[in-house]
Design a protein around this ligand. Structure first.
Ligand SMILES: [Zn+2]
Length: 488
């Protein structure tokens, strides 16, 4: 759908003064508040079943809500919405903000989340998930870049427009508390808030990645995710491995055999069942990304000395990460730590599988297929089960309207001094698929601070503060251009 032509030019954003305001706001107010935010261990409900009683989630909500409420934005309404699930238990809260538009009811939806990934091990000396450390333009700690800054960045961008009297559409900001658990509470909130959300013509999501810290990156696709536990049982109890090995098959070896049905141990290539045809425009974008980033595509990872990436062709690496399936084993049970390992033929091995699937693949269907593949014809008649829980489909952006492409390009040049680049992301943001279905006519700007080394979900996560400032400016620029293009 092309936007209605504008009858008169909207006052455009004054970039230098917006930049000044945004830098000051980050330095004086956003960074100090994010420092407090990092200290709160408000893990997503999947990693803190007792989140309600522990109260960390509510502390995080209060911190962010208090900051947002204090913004001098005319007509800003903020509500912490709390719904209950079918069992009468409290769902994770949502911060919902409405900011009326100056002359239109056209809506922009800005999205972020405030729940965090768990601690993870391997943090460097002096750093830790709940210890905010400011060092070299970076704020270290869990959840700053993923995705605590989103509420602050969204409102600072709106405030920058407000101060200049620049036009923008009506904005709604939705900050959820369940993203890192697959957003299972979110659909209920989207239904509940539907009349207040309206029909957004633009969705801005600040929970994604950037290929470098030098320009604005637009995310054009996200992979889906199928997760579950593969359990292999061979005995009812452990026995002496000297006695049984050679007679009783190792559950670990059977597990290896089963996993080889999914991916090739030598190359990592996943079987055909989990591939899709990669669209031509995404192939072309992957080539641009390979040119812009070069070796940074792999050198950003903390490889041990001597370790090489999975492919020498950079375009192949980009495609592997964004449009091809890949299997990771993210947890195991039934295996003692090495320090207490006796020579026992263990009764069972359980592996938590995480299969990233291509953006356009139906993830629940892929989960079913994976179960069939793993459970069929178990070696030696072993008891094999695959229980899947999480399966979230990915997302492929709709074709970008010319006005948005121009707006994103201009915002990148204005605030970063370089052109914008479009890339797929290897991770998932479940809400995007949901929104794409609910608002098929909406345009999307999905971007974020998760760039080289920022290591969301891992140790030493950081937020690159200069990029946070520039990104906030770019959001203001795009909101202003959206108003102009839509004749707001
Ligand atoms: Zn996130």
């Amino acid at each position: 759908m092309s936007p209605a032509p504008s009858t008169q030019p909207a006052p455009s954003l004054d970039v230098p003064s917006a930049r000044r305001f945004i830098e000051e706001t980050w330095d004086r107010s956003i960074v100090p508040t994010l420092v407090e935010y990092v200290k709160i261990p408000n893990k997503s409900p999947a990693f803190d079943r007792d989140w309600k009683r522990n109260g960390h989630m509510d502390r995080a909500v209060e911190l962010i809500a208090a900051w947002c409420r204090a913004r001098p934005i005319q007509g800003l309404k903020l509500e912490v919405v709390r719904l209950k699930n079918e069992k009468g238990e409290e769902r994770t809260p949502v911060i919902f903000m409405e900011i009326p538009g100056r002359d239109s009811n056209d809506t922009v939806l800005l999205y972020g989340h405030l729940d965090k990934q768990p601690e993870m091990t391997g943090w460097s000396d002096g750093l830790g998930p709940w210890i905010p450390v400011l060092r070299d333009d970076k704020l270290y700690g869990r959840g700053g870049a993923d995705d605590g800054y989103a509420a602050f960045g969204s409102l600072a961008a709106i405030e920058a427009l407000e101060r200049q009297g620049a036009r923008r559409a009506r904005c709604v900001v939705l900050i959820e508390g369940c993203e890192e658990s697959g957003s299972f509470d979110l659909p209920a909130y989207v239904d509940h808030l539907a009349p207040r959300i309206g029909t957004p013509s633009l969705v801005v999501c600040l929970d994604s990645g950037c290929g470098n810290y030098e320009q604005l990156w637009g995310t054009t696709s996200l992979r889906g995710l199928v997760g579950g536990d593969l359990s292999v049982e061979v005995l009812t109890e452990g026995v002496h491995s000297g006695d049984a090995s050679g007679i009783v098959a190792s559950s670990f070896r059977i597990l290896r055999q089963l996993l080889a049905r999914v991916d090739d141990p030598a190359t990592g290539a996943v079987v055909r069942d989990f591939h899709v045809q990669i669209p031509a425009d995404r192939l072309a974008q992957a080539k641009v990304v390979a040119e812009v980033l070069g070796d940074e595509i792999h050198s950003k990872f903390p490889f041990v000395p001597g370790m090489r990436p999975m492919h020498t062709d950079l375009v192949e690496l980009v495609l592997n990460r964004t449009w091809r399936p890949a299997l990771s084993i993210v947890g195991m049970d039934g295996i003692p730590p090495t320090a207490s390992a006796g020579n026992v033929l263990r009764p069972r091995t359980v592996a938590r599988l995480s299969l990233r699937v291509p953006p356009t693949m139906d993830a629940p269907g892929a989960a079913k297929r994976l179960k069939q593949l793993l459970e069929a014809d178990p070696p030696y008649g072993a008891r094999v089960r695959f229980d899947y829980e999480k399966s979230g489909s990915g997302w492929n952006a709709p074709a970008m309207a010319a006005w948005l492409e121009n707006a994103v390009g201009a915002a990148s040049r204005d605030f970063f001094g370089k052109p914008a680049v479009y890339n797929g992301e290897g991770g998932s943001i479940p809400f995007m698929g949901m929104l794409g279905e609910k608002f098929p006519a909406a345009q999307f700007l999905i971007t974020g601070l998760l760039g080289p080394g920022s290591n969301a979900h891992g140790p030493n996560e950081f937020l690159h503060i200069p990029t946070g400032k520039r990104l906030t400016g770019a959001v203001a620029g795009v909101l202003s251009a959206h108003a102009a293009a839509r004749g707001a």
